[in-house]
Write a protein that binds this ligand. Structure first.
Ligand SMILES: CC(C)(COP(=O)(O)OP(=O)(O)OC[C@H]1O[C@@H](n2cnc3c(N)ncnc32)[C@H](O)[C@@H]1OP(=O)(O)O)[C@@H](O)C(=O)NCCC(=O)NCCS
Length: 156
């Protein structure tokens, strides 16, 4: 994880960030993290959580409904922008995140500035919901929403 994060943007990546991964792996944080594999090779990470499990984040999003949150990244630079993100995200939602939480709604909150991520999530079926400011995050989130029914109706 540290190798994927140490991409020259923040060098070295803050240990506090890595500690969040350790906490989740050790079960201290109800965020469930998974390696993403392409042809059995680990290339990135997915995570899911129930928004209500983090009261500060839930207050910032102010959704008015119970929802699953997901995040992902592809860590290998040569695999970014090749169309892997959207199908992997749909598969993760269908097979892991929605069945785990048994909720009908999922949200994802890329940075407002992350145009490729917003486009990839739109291709996965997410629709824009609203812009939110989250305490401690440098940029606003462009919150996007997808229901289990929306996902079910997609062909792929
Ligand atoms: C976000 C991420 C998971 C998306 O997966 P991906 O496989 O790279 O995405 P895709 O290749 O399916 O789609 C990217 C889309 O953004 C578009 N795009 C790329 N750069 C763009 C730019 N500067 N402006 C507008 N669109 C752009 C691409 O054209 C493509 O859309 P298209 O298929 O309609 O042409 C992946 O890029 C990633 O992990 N990035 C690094 C970390 C990150 O940003 N994580 C997300 C945090 S919320």
């Amino acid at each position: 994880m540290e190798r994927w994060w140490n991409d020259g943007v923040k060098m070295p990546y803050p240990d506090a960030e890595i500690q969040e991964y350790r906490d989740a792996i050790q079960g201290h944080d109800p965020t469930y993290r998974y390696l993403a594999l392409i042809d059995e090779r680990p290339v990135g990470m997915f995570q899911h959580y129930r928004i209500a499990d983090d009261p500060e984040y839930a207050a910032a999003l102010s959704l008015g409904e119970d929802a699953v949150g997901v995040d992902l990244f592809i860590g290998e630079a040569n695999l970014i922008g090749r169309g892997h993100g959207s199908p992997m995200l749909r598969k993760f939602l269908r097979e892991v995140a929605f069945p785990f939480h048994r909720l009908d709604v999922c949200v994802i909150g890329p940075s407002m500035n992350n145009t490729p991520a917003i486009r990839a999530y739109e291709k996965a079926g997410f629709r824009p919901l609203k812009q939110v400011t989250v305490p401690g995050e440098p940029d606003s989130e462009f919150l996007m929403r997808l229901t289990a029914a929306d996902l079910h109706s997609l062909q792929t």
